[in-house]
Design a protein around this ligand. Structure first.
Ligand code: LLP
Length: 418
C-alpha cells in the first residue's frame, strides 16, 4: 500500500507541483529509467535462438520513447501509415519495422511496399490485394488461432468472435493465393490479446502457432504477438508478470519446435503495454469537490479525452494524491470513498468509482499511475479540449518537455475561416 511514486522516487527529485506549474495540467510525465528497464527485459526474453521484440508503438508513439526503443535494440510494429511514418522519422530502418495492418487500402499497403517494410496480411482479400500490387513479393500472414485472451472483451484479438486474422481452416487458400500471385510467405504472426499477468494463455497460443507453422515451409520468422501484462493494482501489491519463468517456458517450447522443424527461424514478439505503461503517469489538478445524492465527486482536469481507458474498458488505474509537492499517505491520512471524474460533458467521464482515497482537497494534484501505454496515444480533442504536454524525466533527473501542449492555433489550423 506504500506510495509507488515515493518508493521509487518516480520524479527523481523533481517536485511534481513545480512540474504541474511549469508545464500545466493535465500533464503526462514519463520516467526514462523505467521505460528502458522494461524494454531491455522484453528484448531479452529469448536468448537461445534468433529473437527480436517489436515494440508495438500504438501504445505510445512519442518520439523520445521511440528513440529509447531503438537504443534498447527493439524493432517495432506499426498498424497504420501514420505509425510507419513516425517510426521512420524516429530512425527505425525499414527492416526493423513490421506492418501489421487490417482492412487497409492499396495505397496504404503500397506505402509499406515502396519503403521496404514487411507487411502482415490479415485476410484472404487483403492477401489478394497485396498480390495484385506486388506480384512476386514476400509477406507474412496473420493467423487467428481460434482462441484469445485479455483484460476486457474489447482487447481480445483472436478467437471466434473477433475481426482479426485468417482462420486455420483457410490456410490452404493462403497457399492457393500465394501461388496465383507468385508470393513468398516468409512469416506468420498472431496476437491473441492484451494484459495477461498469467502467461498460460499466451504459451498455449505459442504451441498452437508452432503447430500451424509446421504447415509452412522455409519460414524466415514467426511472430507470437504481444500482451504481457503489468500490475495496475500495484498499490495493493499485485504481482508482476514473471518474465524469467515465462522466458524459460517459452524457450522450452521453441526447443521442441526447432528440433521438429529442422531450423530456427527468427522468433518475434510484439509487446506494447509492458514496455511503457509503468513508465508514465498523468498529473491532474482538483478543481471541485461536491456531494450529489450521497456520492462524493472529485472533479479534475483528467477527462476521458486525456485518458480513455477507464471509460472505455472500466480499467483500473491507481491514483495518488499530492499536496504541496508531497504524496498524501494512505497510512497517515483519513480515507474516504470518492468518485474521481474529469471535465468532459459525459456521465461516463469517470476515472474511478467509489474508490478509497486519502481525503482530497481543492487544488491538490492527482497522479494517475500506469498511464504510459494507451494513454496519450488514445487522447482525443473531444469537447474541443487540447491534447496535453508530455515530459520525460531523463536518467540524469532532468524534466524534459518532449511534446508541447497543443494550442488552439494548432487545432484551428485545419479550417479555412475565410
Ligand atoms: N500486436 C498487435 C497486432 C496488437 O494488436 C497489439 C495490441 C499489440 C501487439 C500490443 O499488445 P500489448 O502488448 O500492448 O498488450 N487499448 C487497449 C489495448 C488494445 C490492444 C490492441 N492491440 C488498452 O488500453 O488496454
Amino acid at each position: 500500500m506504500r506510495s509507488f511514486i515515493e518508493r521509487i522516487d518516480y520524479f527523481k527529485g523533481n517536485d511534481p507541483e513545480e512540474l504541474a506549474k511549469k508545464f500545466g495540467t493535465p500533464l503526462y510525465v514519463y520516467n526514462e529509467d523505467i521505460i528502458r528497464d522494461r524494454m531491455t527485459k522484453v528484448a531479452n526474453v529469448i536468448t537461445k535462438y534468433p529473437y527480436r521484440a517489436n515494440y508495438s508503438c500504438k501504445t505510445n508513439t512519442n518520439l523520445s520513447v521511440l528513440k529509447i526503443a531503438i537504443e534498447t535494440g527493439l524493432n517495432a510494429d506499426a498498424m497504420s501509415e501514420g505509425e510507419m511514418r513516425m517510426l521512420l522519422k524516429a530512425g527505425f530502418t525499414p527492416d526493423r519495422i513490421f506492418y501489421v495492418c487490417n482492412n487497409v487500402s492499396a495505397d496504404e499497403m503500397k506505402f509499406a511496399i515502396d519503403n521496404g517494410i514487411t507487411v502482415s496480411l490479415d485476410s484472404l482479400d487483403q492477401l489478394k490485394l497485396f498480390g495484385s500490387i506486388n506480384r512476386g513479393g514476400s509477406c507474412s500472414v496473420r493467423i487467428n488461432p481460434g482462441v484469445g485472451a485479455g483484460h476486457h472483451e474489447k482487447v481480445v484479438t483472436a478467437g471466434k468472435k473477433t475481426k482479426f486474422g485468417i482462420s486455420e481452416e483457410d490456410i490452404d487458400s493462403i497457399f492457393k493465393i500465394a501461388a496465383e500471385y507468385d508470393l513468398k510467405i516468409t512469416g506468420i504472426n498472431q496476437h491473441v490479446g492484451s494484459q495477461f499477468l498469467d502467461p498460460a494463455p499466451f504459451l498455449a497460443a505459442v504451441d498452437n502457432l508452432l503447430r500451424i507453422a509446421m504447415r509452412f515451409k522455409d519460414l524466415e520468422f514467426i511472430d507470437f504477438g504481444g500482451g504481457y501484462g503489468i500490475p495496475y493494482h500495484k498499490l495493493d501489491d499485485e504481482k508482476e508478470f514473471d518474465m524469467d519463468q515465462f522466458s524459460r517456458e517459452f524457450t522450452a517450447k521453441l526447443d521442441r519446435f526447432v528440433a521438429e522443424y529442422g531450423s530456427a527461424p527468427l522468433f518475434k514478439s510484439e509487446p506494447g503495454r509492458f514496455c511503457v505503461a509503468e513508465g508514465g503517469v498523468i498529473l491532474g489538478r482538483v478543481y471541485s469537490i461536491k456531494e450529489n445524492s450521497g456520492i462524493k465527486y472529485v472533479g479534475t482536469d483528467v477527462g476521458m479525452n486525456v485518458l480513455v481507458r477507464p471509460s472505455m474498458y472500466d480499467s483500473w488505474h491507481d491514483i495518488e494524491i499530492i499536496r504541496n509537492g508531497s504524496v498524501v499517505g494512505r497510512e497517515d491520512g483519513l480515507m474516504e470513498k470518492v468518485t474521481v471524474c474529469g471535465n468532459i460533458c459525459e456521465s461516463g467521464d469517470v476515472l474511478c468509482k467509489d474508490r478509497e482515497l486519502p481525503v482530497v482537497k481543492d487544488d491538490d494534484l492527482i497522479c494517475v499511475l500506469d498511464a504510459g501505454a494507451y494513454g496519450y496515444s488514445m487522447c482525443s480533442s473531444y469537447n474541443t479540449r487540447l491534447r496535453p504536454a508530455e515530459v520525460l524525466i531523463t536518467s540524469d533527473g532532468t524534466a524534459k518537455l518532449i511534446r508541447r501542449r497543443e494550442t488552439f492555433d494548432d487545432m484551428f489550423a485545419l479550417y479555412d475561416f475565410t
